[in-house]
Design a protein around this ligand. Sequence first.
Ligand code: PMP
Length: 427
Amino acid sequence: ATTTPLAQRSAEELEAFAQEQQQAYAALKARGLSLDLTRGKPAAAQLDLADDLLSLPKGVKDAAGVDTRNYGGLEGIRELREMFAELLWVEPEQVVAGGNSSLVMMRDVLVDLWLHGGVDSERPWSQEEKVTFICPVPGYDRHFTLLDWFGIEMVTVPMHDDGPDVEAVAQLVASDPTIKGMWLVPTYANPSGSVVSQEIAARLASMPTAAPDFKIFWDNAYAFHHLTEEEAKSADILTLAAASGHPHRPIMFASTSKITLAGAGVAFLAGSVETVKWYTGHLGKGAIGPDKVNQLRHSQFFGSPQGVRDHMVKHREIIAPKFAEVERILTERLGGLGVATWTRPTGGYFVSLDVLDGTASRVVALAKDAGIALTPAGASFPHGDDPRDRTIRLAPTFPPLDQVSEAMEAVATCVLLAAVEQVRGQA
Ligand code: PMP
């Protein structure tokens, strides 16, 4: 096949190419596939890696002698806080080990800020005339849904390979006191795979903000989820912020949802000691303690921080071939044609595919009609609105490898058909 970019082809060449793609698409539809690349879920084989959890804990007391079956210990068991403090580069006093979902912790923090304000707020956020968040895009749809639910306004900044457009962020926060926070997935971001550099983290930690209680929701959901042997290190945002005089600015979140069991892991929050006290103080109004038995079995399952790192290598061995397959098929089918660009993540759960402007929703619709479920176009933007209608999030972890291949071949066919329709339409 020729790899002349579509935009440089003659009308006749495009006509022939369009016919080829229509035939390929008709053949694809005739296969009656039913495949799903929508959500970043671990595959069953990944969940199986945590099977030993199901026969733990051995005994019921933690290392400090606490009977984990009983009420109490809002901040979580000490040994697990210590383990994840080391992994997240913070002090144990700065970490809370909670329930099974970091997203719930993020929602709780927003509720607490809304009703009471943070440790450095002048008033509850609900009493502000307006609250605005900066959202790097493309980003995680559930972050945006949550902000929307509060009626928090969202302004977008571009996400680059090394983190958000920090110049744009610094300008926005310097002058607008309604900007109270930003969301950031610092390591192997959802969906771009970006890793926030040390320099950008330092700037975010130190930049002057018009709001005295500006918060960075540092959602480190993929901190340990490396796809290569070269393991990205997350910037040490709490130390950077404390050193620049803004110790309460970052609130860090993480969980073992994609380390052990997506529905039965342990979630973590980290921040200044004051932030931890603030959080558990509010938490205590509606909770007597977390599931410490689950925390104990996690602590025994991993054994040490190195145990977590070692466990992640087994995940890598299962999912790296799926990402390699996505890359191979996109390169073979779309390379050189000037119809798409895509990320080559070194960790995390996603590939972000940018097709020709104005064709992402068409690609997703074509795929749907052929039996391949893709994340809705626009999902990686606030209100589901991708102004250029070009970004598609691909999540290859859940299906078995042969289905990833089939689904990606199908995606490539849909991208090509949508592209040639668009290029001919403009000719
Ligand atoms: N943050 C990000 C960026 C995610 O991609 C996900 C899972 N898709 C979550 C949070 C959810 O984490 P948890 O399971 O701990 O609620």
